[in-house]
Design a protein around this ligand. Structure first.
Ligand SMILES: NC(=O)c1ccc[n+]([C@@H]2O[C@H](COP(=O)([O-])OP(=O)(O)OC[C@H]3O[C@@H](n4cnc5c(N)ncnc54)[C@H](O)[C@@H]3O)[C@@H](O)[C@H]2O)c1
Ligand SMILES: [Zn+2]
Length: 530
C-alpha cells in the first residue's frame, strides 16, 4: 500500500483522461486533486491557448516548471500533469521523488475521438492532418513515457481506469508477467519487498539454496527456512557444488513434496534449478533472482545447469520454476560492477527485439550506484520499468520456443564470443562483461558479412560504453585460444560456425555458415584498441 503522504502523479498524452481519472481517483482515495494546467491558468490569469499565443511555448514550459516546484512541495495529492510536463527530466525528477507516476495510454484513434468529442482547442494539434500529428507525437514520446507505469485506457471508462490505479497501489506497484510453457505456466513478479512471499510458492517444505555473498544479506527475509550456501562465483558453478548441495538437501530431509528456492544471481539460480531438477528425480523450485542479470535473463525460461572444465553450461536440464520473484530492493546490495554487467543482457534484449528498450538505454543514464537505490524512488521505478521491458523480450522468445529448437537461439546473441572470453579468461571476465564484448563482436561480424549497415557496430559500441560496459577483448586473452574455444562451443553444428547476427536494432537472425576467416578478423580487430 502506498504511503498516504506520497503524491500520486498521472501523466500521458492529451486525451488519455488524466484529469477525469485523477478526480475520480482522488475522490476514491479521499485525497485532494490538482491539475497542473489549472494551477498555471490560475497563476497566469489566462487560458493555456492564450499563453501559447501571446507568450509562446517556452514561457508555458517555464510556467510548468513553476507549477512543479509548488506541487513537489506538497504531499498526499493526486496530480494530473500536462502531457509533456513529465517528459522534462527536471520536472520528472522533482515530482517523481514525491510519489508513484502512472502514464495513461491510449491508441491514436481513441485519442483523436476523445479530443474531437471534448471540443477543447489544443494548441499542439492545430492545423491539418490531426490524426497524423497525434501518431507522430505518440511515437516521439514513446521512449519518454516508457519509464512510467503504464495504464491502458482504451475501451475502459475513467472509473475503471481509476480503479485499476487504486488496485495497483494496494498491490504495492508490482508487475506480473506470466510465462507459458508446455507443462503449464508461472508468474515472474517484479517489484519491491517480495522476498517474504517466496515461502508461499512452496506448498510443502522448502529449502533455500543461495551463495556466500547473497545468503548473509538476504536469506533471512524469506523467513525461518533451512539455508544451503554454495561459495559465490562462476568458478563454483560445478558438479562438485551440486554434489555438496545434494548432501545438504538429504541432511535437511527434503522429500519429493519439497521445494528448492534459489536465491541469488544467475549462478546460484542455475545451480539451484539443476539441483532441484535432478534431486530425487526432480523436486519443484522457485527463483528469487538478486542480480540484474538474473532478473532479466537467467531466472526466466527454464534452463538450468553447471559448467564443465571443457566449457560453460555443458551439463544441465530444462526445468521450469514454480514462480520467480524479482525483488528490486535486493539490488541495493549488488556490487556496482555486477549491476553494470547485468545491463549487457538488457542491451542484448533490446538488440534482439525491442528498439524502444534500446532507445531507453541510449537516452537515459544507467551508470547507477546500486547502494543509492534505496533512497531514490524514481530511479527504482525507472529500473523496475526497464526490468519489465527486458523480461518481456525474454518471455516472448522462450514461450515461442521453450526447448531451443529454433528461434530461442537468438538469445545467444553475443554469447558465442562471450562464452569463449569467459572460458579463456578462467572466468576472470564476468559473464555480463563478456556478453557486452560479444555484442560488439556480433555487430562487427554482421557488418563484415554485409548483413547490417556499416555504422551499426559503432552505434552498438557507443551504447555499451555509455552503459559502462567493455567493448574490447582484454589484451591478455589470446585470439587463437578464443577462436579455439568458440569452435568447441556447443552451439556449433556439423563443423560450421553458427552465429546470431544483426540486420538492425531489434532484428536478429541465425546464420549457420559463417566463414572462420571473418570471425578471426573480428577477434583481431576487437583485440586491438583503436
Ligand atoms: N539459465 C539461463 O537462461 C541463463 C541466462 C543468462 C545467464 N545465465 C548464467 O548466469 C550466470 C551469471 O549470473 P550473474 O551475473 O548473476 O552472476 P552471479 O550469480 O555470479 O552473481 C554475481 C556476483 O554478485 C553476487 N550477488 C548477486 N546478487 C547480489 C545482491 N543482491 N547483493 C550482493 N551480491 C549479490 C553474487 O553472489 C556473485 O558474487 C552465468 O553463469 C550465466 O551462464 C543463465
Ligand atoms: Zn547471458
Amino acid at each position: 500500500m502506498t504511503d498516504p503522504r506520497d503524491n500520486i502523479i498521472l501523466t500521458g498524452f492529451m486525451g488519455t483522461g488524466k484529469t477525469t481519472v485523477g478526480r475520480l481517483l482522488a475522490a476514491r482515495l479521499g485525497r485532494d486533486f490538482v491539475d497542473s494546467d489549472d494551477l498555471i491558468v490560475a497563476r497566469a490569469g489566462k487560458p493555456i491557448t492564450d499563453i501559447f499565443r501571446d507568450d509562446g511555448e517556452e514561457r508555458f514550459r517555464a510556467w510548468e516548471a513553476d507549477a512543479v516546484a509548488t506541487l513537489a512541495g506538497q504531499r498526499g495529492l493526486v496530480i494530473a500533469t500536462g502531457g509533456r510536463l513529465m517528459l522534462d527530466a527536471a520536472n520528472a525528477t522533482a515530482l517523481g521523488a514525491t510519489g508513484p507516476v502512472f502514464c495513461l495510454a491510449a491508441s491514436a484513434g481513441e485519442i483523436l475521438a476523445r479530443v474531437a468529442a471534448s471540443g477543447v482547442a489544443r494548441p499542439l494539434l492545430a492545423g491539418d492532418d490531426i490524426a497524423g500529428r497525434i501518431d507522430t507525437l505518440l511515437r516521439q514520446r514513446a521512449v519518454g513515457y516508457a519509464r512510467f507505469r503504464p495504464v491502458a485506457t482504451d475501451g475502459r471508462t475513467p472509473a475503471a481506469v481509476a480503479e485499476a490505479i487504486a488496485t495497483a497501489l494496494t498491490a504495492g506497484l508490482r508487475d506480473t508477467l506470466t510465462v507459458r510453457h508446455p507443462g503449464g505456466q508461472y508468474d515472474v513478479v517484479v517489484g519491491e519487498g517480495l522476498l517474504p512471499e517466496a515461502a508461499a510458492l512452496s506448498p510443502g517444505p522448502a529449502v533455500i539454496i543461495t551463495d556466500s555473498d547473497v545468503g548473509p544479506r538476504h536469506a533471512a527475509r524469506l523467513g525461518p527456512l533451512p539455508v544451503l550456501t554454495m561459495p559465490a562465483g562462476e568458478r563454483h558453478k560445478t558438479l562438485d557444488t551440486v554434489r555438496d548441495l545434494y548432501d545438504g538437501l538429504l541432511a535437511t530431509g527434503l522429500g519429493r513434496d519439497g521445494t528448492v528456492i534459489g536465491l541469488g544471481g544467475g549462478v546460484a539460480g542455475d545451480v539451484a534449478g539443476f539441483v532441484a531438477a535432478t534431486y530425487l528425480r526432480g523436486v519443484a523450485f522457485a527463483l528469487c533472482p538478486t542480480s540484474l542479470l538474473a532478473m532479466v535473463d537467467a531466472s526466466i525460461g527454464g534452463k538450468t545447469g553447471v559448467d564443465l572444465p571443457q566449457g560453460k553450461n555443458l551439463v544441465g536440464a530444462f526445468a521450469q520454476p514454480r514462480g520467480v520473484l524479482a525483488d528490486v530492493g535486493t539490488l541495493a546490495t549488488l556490487p556496482a560492477a555486477e549491476f553494470t554487467a547485468g545491463l549487457a543482457e538488457v542491451a542484448k534484449h533490446g538488440l534482439i527485439a525491442d528498439p524502444l528498450l534500446w532507445q531507453r538505454l541510449v537516452m537515459e543514464e544507467w551508470q547507477i550506484d546500486p547502494a543509492r537505490l534505496a533512497g531514490d524512488r524514481l530511479r527504482r521505478a525507472d529500473l523496475q520499468s526497464l526490468l519489465v521491458q527486458a523480461v518481456r523480450v525474454k518471455r516472448d522468445v522462450v514461450e515461442e520456443d521453450p526447448y531451443e529448437r529454433g528461434r530461442r537461439a537468438v538469445l545467444n546473441l553475443g554469447h558465442t564470443f562471450g562464452h569463449a572470453i569467459e572460458q579463456v579468461s578462467g572466468y576472470a571476465v564476468r559473464h555480463g562483461d563478456a556478453v557486452a564484448i560479444g555484442l560488439a563482436a556480433a555487430a562487427r561480424l554482421s557488418a563484415a558479412l554485409e548483413e547490417c549497415s556499416p555504422s551499426l557496430p559503432h552505434l552498438v559500441e557507443m551504447t555499451l560504453a555509455h552503459l559502462g560496459l567493455p567493448t574490447h577483448i582484454p589484451p591478455t586473452l589470446d585470439p587463437v585460444a578464443l577462436f579455439a574455444a568458440m569452435s568447441t562451443d556447443k552451439k556449433k553444428r556439423a563443423g560450421r560456425l553458427r552465429f546470431v547476427l544483426l540486420h538492425d536494432i531489434g532484428n536478429v537472425f541465425i546464420r549457420d555458415d559463417v566463414p572462420a576467416a571473418a570471425v578471426v578478423d573480428v577477434l583481431a580487430g576487437l583485440g586491438a584498441r583503436d
